[in-house]
Write a protein that binds this ligand. Structure first.
Ligand code: ZN
Ligand code: ZN
Length: 159
């Protein structure tokens, strides 16, 4: 997810570019399985120091159920807003001193920004701690491990 922002970095504060996002076969993180395309929208605005990048992505993740361990597909709507700062001066090409701030992303020396890492971080935050295949998932039997969504196990039927 690369965007060339050279023209925008030469523009005045408040100048804005907007793009639809449509990416097939995205691999954000080795632990994240994305089913189908990633769709969304991004708005890139010139600020005093760099760029304010915000927007959203819609994607479907393959997650495993916290209770019964079955994998299931979870649609997610993930808004994001991040700051990007230049690493070189867009007019002179001279390297700029690194900015001592956390949670910022670089605009590289070819004036390209890559949204992948910003989106990866926001997607990870958007995944709930407890992921359930359905709200009333019955989970696994604590004695034999049988999936109780499929009905009671022998152990339970006897007790
Ligand atoms: Zn489940
Ligand atoms: Zn059982």
């Amino acid at each position: 997810m690369l965007y060339n922002v050279a023209q925008l970095m030469k523009a005045s504060v408040g100048a804005t570019l907007e793009y639809p996002i449509h990416e097939e076969g995205v691999q954000l993180d080795e632990d994240l399985k994305i089913v189908g395309p990633l769709d969304g929208h991004v708005r890139i605005r010139r600020t005093n120091q760099g760029l304010l990048v915000d927007g959203w992505v819609d994607l479907v993740l393959e997650l495993s159920c916290t209770r019964c361990l079955t994998t299931f597909e979870q649609p997610l709507h993930v808004p994001f807003m991040e700051q990007f700062y230049p690493t070189v001066d867009v007019v002179t090409g001279i390297a700029l001193p690194p900015i001592d701030e956390e949670d910022i992303f670089p605009i590289d020396d070819h004036h390209i920004i890559d949204l992948t890492e910003a989106i990866r971080q926001n997607v990870l935050i958007a995944i709930p701690m407890v992921t359930l295949c359905r709200e009333d998932c019955a989970g696994l039997c604590s004695q034999c491990g049988h999936d109780l969504n499929l009905g009671p196990c022998d152990w339970q039927a006897r007790s």
